[in-house]
Structures are given as C-alpha cells and as structure tokens.
Design a protein around this ligand. Structure first.
Ligand SMILES: Cc1ncc(C[n+]2csc(CCOP(=O)(O)OP(=O)(O)O)c2C)c(N)n1
Ligand code: SF4
Length: 343
C-alpha cells in the first residue's frame, strides 16, 4: 500500500505533509484561502482519518481549486453542484469522509437550491463555505452576501439586493450543525473544523475569508486585533455570552438580545444569557445578529442537534424492503409495473 494508506481507520500517523499535493497553489498572494487550506491540512492528521477515505468536492470559484491542493481524493465539480455530487458519493459509499468546499457565490447564488436540500436532508458531510462577500474568480462582481449599496463591476451604482446571512440560511434550512469561524484565527478554525467533522450529519461551517484583491477588509472589524474583541463574540456551549474581554455581555430582554456593560453597577455576568448549543431558538436569536451595529457578531458552534442522517435512513429503508421483498434483480424491476411491447 502507498504511504498514508492504511485502511485501518487509525490515520496511520499521518502529518500535514501527507495531505499536501504536489500542485502549485495558485491563489493570489495574501488570499485568506491559504490559511483555510493550511488549517485543513493540519486538522486531518488529528482526526485519524485514512487518506483513501477522504474526498474534497468543490464547485466553481477560487475556492473551487481546493481539491487540487489536497493529497486526497477530490473533484472540482460543477458550479453550485458540489452538494449533489457529495450526496451521491456519501450515500453510495458511507465509509467515505466527504468534505464540500464552496464560496458565497457558488453556494448561495447558482447553488442555493442544492445547499438547502443537502442541509434539510442531513447529508453526512462537512460543508466549508468560504465567504468573501464577492465573486473572486470572475474578478469582483457582487455576490449574495455583498452588502446593500456595494459598488462592484456589476453594481456600478451600488447593490440594491438585501444580502444573505449564510448562518441564518442554514438554520432556516434546518441544518443539524451550524458554525461560523474566520480565516484570521487558525486556532478557532481548527476547533470548529474538528467539531464539524465529529458531527454526524450535514455540518455547515461559514468561514469569513478575506479576498484581498477584490474585497479587501470585508470582515476586518471582526477579525483584526483593534476591533475584534468588541465586534466578535465567541460562543461556548454552557457559558455566558460575554465579549470585549469579559467587560460586555448579552442578555435576553423579552425575546430580544441586549448588549450590557458588565463594568457598570447595574449588570453582572449572571445576567448574561448562558448559551445552549442544542437550543434552536437561541441559535435563531444569535444567528440572526447581522444588521445590528450594537451587537457583536457570533462565532463558534451556534447550533447542533443529533438526528438521523440521510444515508442512515436510505440504508435502513433498503434493508427493511429487502427483508420483506427479497433482493430482486434489475431485470425483474425493468419488467415490473406497466410494461408493454411496441410492435
Ligand atoms: C454555469 C456558470 N455560471 C457562471 C459561471 C461564472 N462564475 C465562475 S466562478 C463564479 C462565482 C464565484 O464566486 P464565489 O463562489 O464567491 O467564489 P470565489 O471565487 O470568491 O472563491 C461565477 C459566477 C460559471 N463558471 N459557470
Ligand atoms: S481573487 Fe480573491 S478569493 Fe480569489 S484567489 Fe485572489 S484574493 Fe483569493
């Protein structure tokens, strides 16, 4: 067997290098995609996966080049259709560890339909959505996550489209795992990728990714040192929602979230909402934080629930029907039901 291919499910002591392909990486220097690639290549050895079982499927866009750079199986598929390929692959071979790599345009414009059905069906895959709020590959047109008023080559007078909040889209599509992380925080990205991988079902992970050529700084208020602590809140299951180095928090005011000053006499950390990752209502409340300037943007695992995967249900059904009716043959199937002979 070639090195790194053990087939024993134990990962065979692989390292980052084992997941790096011999291809030259052709993203623009400074692109956030590099940090994501490097984090994935560092995470995989820690997951104990066998290389022969790992598959990366991408759509079209700069993010679509990802499979070339991984020394695993992979496919640069059709625009927006990675979830369709992943569905077929995972259902026909449940032993495979299937990762989807997609962009905001790929996943939410042309692929919006495929994405939401993969989520509601709970296809057991990790979906990494590189959100840079722009079409990078085609040189800077607005995308479904570009903000209102965004001036681009295809919106010279400013976008009049209300943008998608990918996390809210995933929650609305009943995803069983929803998380958000950022290219500028490899430690957090790694933890979230591990959590996504450990989850049985469709794990949706939005990654804020800087496109330094066509949309530089789109997420700097959340990712850069001088504003990050005030603008980003890192959610932990079972922990109170605090940010700004513990000087601020979020409390529930009726059915709304309110930012509170924990340094004032009025509030203390016991007033903050304690996060429960399995609480769908909390996830909706937090996941909807998007427009508000006075509330911090949440990062981390925002929602997780255990429910049967699509593959499990399909295979259970196949077994139950086979037990009842027998295995059958293709010939019998083709000659069953309404058939007729054309003279
Ligand atoms: C059917 C089809 N329509 C349109 C295109 C042109 N196209 C290529 S990539 C892309 C958008 C990519 O944007 P995004 O998913 O945000 O990825 P990025 O390049 O920013 O990583 C478009 C519209 C195409 N290749 N195929
Ligand atoms: S165009 Fe943007 S997203 Fe694409 S490789 Fe260059 S910096 Fe990265």
């Amino acid at each position: 067997m070639p090195p790194g291919f053990s087939g024993d499910g134990g990962g065979n002591g692989l390292s980052r290098k084992d997941f790096q392909s011999d291809q030259d990486v052709r993203w623009c220097p400074g692109c956030g995609d590099y940090a994501i690639l490097s984090t994935v290549q560092r995470v995989l050895p820690e997951l104990g996966v066998d290389k022969e079982n790992v598959v990366f499927i991408s759509g079209i866009g700069c993010s679509g080049r990802f499979p070339y750079y991984m020394d695993t199986y992979g496919m640069h598929s059709i625009h927006g259709r990675a979830p369709a390929f992943a569905t077929g692959l995972k259902v026909s071979n449940p032993a495979l560890d299937v990762w989807i790599v997609t962009g905001d345009g790929d996943a939410l414009s042309i692929g919006g339909n495929h994405l939401i059905h993969a989520l509601r069906r709970n296809i057991d895959t990790q979906i990494l959505l590189f959100n840079n709020k722009i079409y990078g590959l085609t040189k800077g047109q607005y995308s479904p996550t570009s903000e209102l008023g965004k001036v681009t080559k295809s919106t010279p007078y400013g976008s009049v489209d209300a943008p998608f909040n990918p996390v809210a889209v995933a929650l609305g599509a009943d995803a069983s795992f929803v998380g958000r992380t950022m290219d500028r925080d490899p430690k957090h990205m790694k933890a979230l990728m591990k959590a996504a991988h450990a989850h049985a079902g469709a794990s949706f992970l939005e990654i804020y990714q800087n496109c330094n050529i066509f949309n530089d700084g789109a997420f700097f208020e959340f990712t850069e040192r001088d504003t990050k602590s005030e603008r980003a809140l890192f959610v932990e299951d079972g922990q109170p929602l605090t940010y700004a180095n513990g000087t601020k928090g979020l409390r529930l005011d009726g059915l709304s979230l309110e930012a509170i000053d924990l340094e004032s006499d009025r509030w203390s950390v016991s007033d903050c909402l304690v996060y429960d990752t399995s609480d769908r209502q909390m996830a909706h409340l937090l996941g909807r934080i998007f427009w508000e300037d006075d509330l911090p943007r949440p990062f981390g695992v925002l929602y997780q629930e255990a429910r049967p995967t699509y593959g499990d249900l399909v295979h259970q059904q196949l077994e139950a029907v086979t037990e009842k009716k027998g295995a059958g043959t293709l010939h019998d199937l083709l000659h069953s039901g309404d058939t007729w002979t054309i003279d």
